[in-house]
Write a protein that binds this ligand. Structure first.
Ligand code: SF4
Length: 452
């Protein structure tokens, strides 16, 4: 049965600044004092607040909004957010203001299963429910097993903690010289600049901190400390800005950060880790890309999960980034029942190449607390890589890795292509299962050779 109603909690002018949602609107985390990064008082000294005071949607061409809207999301908007105009829908601030955070609103859109209802009623603390209206439009309304739905709607299985699981499986807290900075590899650091995401993934490696109002990763003093550490360590040539999702920061705050980092002579490379082009593609505005391209070389790693995320909206967001000269890679977590089939992964990787995103990493799901229902055997990941290698474009094949628990870093995993040795020959197996010999190179055999 279709549900109608509803839901334009905030149909205000798009020129308004982003306000934290009323706490009464949320059952999940309703007691938390949520501070939106776009309004965080500790950042007020970082920049002039001009970005939040300007109109966010200004440019129309021939009466049409610049940002594409697929038929699917247009139909969803009409049914569930009937008061929202197309301009508001395409305004990323409107999307964040109207993100769904409470069980009643979600239940007006989805037929919630018993499992989902129980999880939503019991959830407290970090990793709250939050889904942008745009991303919600991608979910199946009836089927709780729908892969995209499973990745963002809680179920009770996430409360079951296995002995091998941990809130910080990568040991990031132990390799953090100053708050918000992880220095695990010698020449690069991970800079956690916010704990906020517009949409929370239920398998998030940083579930211990994201969406947690008590976290202070957006604190100005913390940013300054982290920047001072990077300045004091000339060995650091690469800074990965992550969180939370850094692209939920305003243009001004992001630019302040990028310009500070770019002024450090030994920082060669800046990278941003984000899921925004997937869950909030409207955020990739021309103003944002104009600003980002001032800080090249700048790379963006995008977190994709499933081929159904490859919509016209996401394609436009990625094309805008690519047109700004920003190289993009994808990072995908292997998830049971979501994307653990060769065909699913192949469709995702092919779609990514079409929007100029290079598949980068396929991660074995980290043993975070309550992740048992998402984790697959390692053999499943190897099967997927074997199903890709040789069967499709090499660019479409990500590196399958385990991020070693305890802070050991990424360890690549490959199916067995080396069968063994036969005398001096290496015996190899190709993608069809046929074996081939490679005459192994030996210095001595060359020395005796005749070059004349
Ligand atoms: S977007 Fe990234 S940081 Fe945010 S919840 Fe998802 S996995 Fe975690």
């Amino acid at each position: 049965m279709k549900k109608t109603v509803l839901l334009s909690r905030s149909s205000e002018s798009s020129t308004e600044t982003l306000e934290p949602p009323p706490s009464s609107a949320s059952l999940i985390g309703e007691n938390d004092e949520y501070v939106d990064p776009l309004k965080h008082p500790s950042l007020s000294l970082l920049t002039q607040p001009q970005a939040d005071n300007r109109p966010h949607i200004r440019v129309l061409h021939g009466g049409k909004p610049k940002f594409v809207q697929s038929e699917r999301s247009a139909a969803f908007r009409t049914q569930f957010f009937p008061e929202a105009t197309e301009m508001q829908w395409n305004d990323w601030h409107w999307q964040i203001r109207n993100r769904v955070r409470d069980v009643q609103t979600l239940a007006n859109i989805l037929d919630l299963s018993t499992e989902e209802q129980a999880a939503l009623a019991a959830h407290r603390g970090s990793l709250p429910l939050s889904i942008t209206p745009y991303y919600l439009s991608l979910l199946d309304r009836i089927d709780p097993q729908h892969p995209v739905r499973r990745s963002v709607v809680p179920v009770t299985a996430e409360f079951r903690i296995a002995p091998e699981e941990s809130g910080d499986p990568l040991g990031e807290e132990h390799t953090s010289p100053v708050p918000g900075l992880v220095h695990r590899y010698p020449d690069r650091v991970l800079f956690l600049v916010t704990d906020f995401c517009s949409t929370y993934c239920r398998y998030c490696t940083r579930s211990r901190m994201v969406g947690d109002a008590k976290s202070h990763s957006c604190d100005r003093q913390q940013w300054e400390q982290a920047i001072a550490y990077i300045e004091a360590h000339p060995v650091i040539r690469d800074v990965l800005i992550s969180g939370g999702d850094p692209l939920t920061l305003s243009d001004d705050r992001l630019e302040w950060l990028l310009s500070r980092l770019r002024r450090i002579p030994h920082v060669e490379l800046l990278r941003i880790g984000t899921k925004v082009p997937v869950v909030l593609p409207q955020r990739i505005t021309p103003a944002l890309t104009r600003m980002l391209k001032r800080y090249h070389p700048l790379w963006v790693s995008i977190h994709f999960t499933h081929p159904e995320e490859l919509t016209p909206e996401t394609a436009q967001a990625c094309n805008r980034l690519a047109d700004a000269g920003i190289p993009m890679g994808s990072q995908t977590v292997l998830l049971a029942g979501v994307n653990d089939q060769v065909d699913t992964m192949k469709r995702l990787m092919h779609g990514l190449l079409k929007i100029r995103v290079r598949p980068y990493y396929l991660y074995q799901c980290d043993p975070i607390s309550g992740s048992g229902h998402f984790r697959t055997p390692v053999e499943k990941g190897l099967e997927i890589i074997q199903g890709l290698r040789g069967h499709t474009t090499g660019y479409a094949i990500p590196t399958y890795v385990i991020d070693a628990p305890g802070g050991g870093g990424k360890i690549p995993l490959l199916p067995e292509y080396v069968v063994g040795r036969d005398g001096q020959d290496l015996v190899l197996r190709n993608y069809e299962g046929n074996t081939y010999r490679y005459p192994a190179y030996h210095q001595s055999s060359c020395q005796g050779g005749n070059l004349s």
